[in-house]
Structure formats: structure tokens, C-alpha cells
Design a protein around this ligand. Structure first.
Ligand SMILES: [Mg+2]
Ligand SMILES: [Zn+2]
Length: 213
């Protein structure tokens, strides 16, 4: 199974220091939904791993989070794409849970639920803690220079990235990278010889029909 794990805020939709608290505040980044649809068409199953401490902080409830995700799924479906599942950490930082990124708990939940080994699974987010969590779970870390890392779009890289983290301008560039890598350039194959034209078999004359008596 081709599985890819994405962060949500700052990766798929605009992040906000005030939290995304309602469907109205959930706005996709340019090209992000199309990128997910392209991944789907390339055979990738897309799953989200997202810190949603706004729940633990009492800024919104689960019903609202579900409504936000309903909007996301609907807008994505209109582009021909699909997100298989959204895994989120509902805790505030003070709750010291094991699922809040940079800890790998959400990723491990995804591995269990999908029955998938996480080794080498591409994981992409906009902050260092996404990359740390992904790498800790055995995933291949990718950083998009949108959201929290948009300051590095012009160059440089944030401190503390796990070794080997690949950087991409945005989710579209990340998707293009995966799709290009998944389809190795075709080797220069020799031209197929033209098929020999088989001779037309001679028509066999029908036996004469018996004459009516
Ligand atoms: Mg993010
Ligand atoms: Zn948690």
C-alpha cells in the first residue's frame, strides 16, 4: 500500500496563530487540494496527522472539528481527491500525551490502523516538529516551506530538522517529487519490430449444397 502522511495546518490549509476554529476559517493553500488529488491518482493513500490542541484548550469542540473536516473532504472531492482518514491529537501541551507532535504517537496509531509498516513512508509537514515526529516513527521526513516554514522559502532551513529531511516549496512540489520518483524514466527501449503480416488464408469453397430432390 502506498501511504503518505500529511500535516494539516500550514501544509494543506492556511495556518493561523489564532487556530482554525470553524469551517469558515479553513481555507486551502493554493494548489494543495489538487496536489492531493494527483497523489491519489498516482495510487497514494493520503492520511492526515494533525495536532489540534484547540480542542484541549477549549477553543472548539469535536463537532466543529468534524464540520471543518467535512468542508475539507467536500472541497477535495470536487477536485477528484480523497483523504482516507484524519488522525488528530486533541490534547493541550500541558496534558503531556504521547500523540502530540513532535512525539510519534499519531503516526504509530496510523500504522496500527492501516496495518502498515511506517518505515520509509513519506511524511510531510510545515514545521520541524512534523519532521521530528515522522522521523521518530520511521517515516521519511519532508518539509514544505509554507505555513510555519514560509520564512525559509527564499533560502535557509529551520533549526533541528532530522537528517535527510527533504524540503519542497509547497505541497504541489512535494507531490510532484513523489510522483516523479514513483515513475522511473523509461529506459530507451529498442523499437518493437513491426509484426509480420500473416498471409490471408485462401478462401475455402463451400461444399455444394445438396440439390433438392
Ligand atoms: Mg502545520
Ligand atoms: Zn495527544
Amino acid at each position: 500500500m502506498k501511504l503518505v502522511i500529511l500535516d494539516r495546518d500550514g501544509t494543506i490549509n492556511s495556518d493561523s496563530d489564532d487556530f482554525v476554529k470553524s469551517p469558515e476559517e479553513w481555507l486551502p493553500l493554493p494548489g494543495a487540494l489538487e496536489a492531493i488529488a494527483r497523489l491519489n491518482h498516482g495510487g497514494w493513500h493520503v492520511v492526515i496527522a494533525s495536532n489540534q490542541s484547540g480542542l484541549g484548550r477549549g477553543l472548539f469542540d469535536v463537532a466543529t472539528l468534524n464540520a471543518i473536516h467535512a468542508k475539507m473532504h467536500k472541497m477535495l472531492a470536487a477536485m477528484g481527491g480523497r483523504i482516507d482518514a484524519v488522525f488528530y491529537c486533541p490534547h493541550s501541551p500541558e496534558e503531556s500525551c504521547v500523540c502530540r507532535k513532535p512525539l510519534p504517537g499519531l503516526f504509530e496509531q496510523i500504522g496500527l490502523r492501516f496495518g502498515a509498516a511506517l518505515k520509509g513512508v513519506p511524511a510531510c509537514g510545515d514545521s520541524v516538529r512534523d519532521a521530528i515526529a515522522g522521523a521518530a516513527a520511521g517515516c521519511e521526513p519532508h518539509l514544505v516551506l509554507s505555513g510555519k516554514s514560509s520564512a525559509y522559502a527564499a533560502g535557509g532551513q529551520p533549526e533541528g530538522l532530522p537528517p535527510g529531511t527533504r524540503m519542497h516549496a509547497d505541497l504541489a512540489a512535494f507531490a510532484a517529487f513523489l510522483l516523479e520518483r514513483a515513475t522511473p524514466a523509461p529506459a530507451a527501449a529498442p523499437l518493437e519490430p513491426l509484426l509480420p503480416v500473416s498471409p490471408t488464408p485462401p478462401l475455402v469453397p463451400l461444399p455444394p449444397s445438396p440439390s433438392p430432390a
